[in-house]
Design a binder for this molecule. Sequence first.
Ligand code: SAM
Length: 151
Amino acid sequence: MPVDFETDDLTAALEAAGFDRTRPVVVVWLGVTLYLTADAVEQTVARVAGLTTGRTDLVLDYSEPRRGGGEAARRRAARADRAAAIGEPWLTHFTPPDLAALLERNGFEEAEDLGSSGWGGRYLGLPPGTPDRPSGHLVHATRHRTGASAL
Ligand SMILES: C[S@@+](CC[C@H](N)C(=O)[O-])C[C@H]1O[C@@H](n2cnc3c(N)ncnc32)[C@H](O)[C@@H]1O
């Protein structure tokens, strides 16, 4: 069932699809936050936080705001322009502390936030010492519910 995170109710859509809100859940949400408004990211994380009476594991990625100059910044700006030109503008970036705060206010503990050298080393075999680029971060967060009911 498709969901527009800007306008739709994720919880209702999952319930309509038969989602069991008493079971632990793993949500993998990759490649999306960059394309949403900050409000939609916040709302979606809040929805995910309230999905289940069990444990929630959330994996998401985010992009840091552009900083610095030089060739890398120029290439990144060109990629952003190309994305906007095909109707997929990059709307929302987070600093690592801002993303951690978003998770925390929704009851998540941030288990891990890997910058590009971290996930590049682990998953792409990049050598240790590869400089971090201020681009994609990969995050794993957990939420342990203690209440009796979800949302
Ligand atoms: C770069 S693709 C990533 C696709 C896939 N998740 C992945 O990791 O390969 C960006 C995705 O964001 C989704 N997206 C963008 N805005 C959205 C919105 N408002 N609601 C739901 N999905 C959205 C698009 O449908 C698209 O699938």
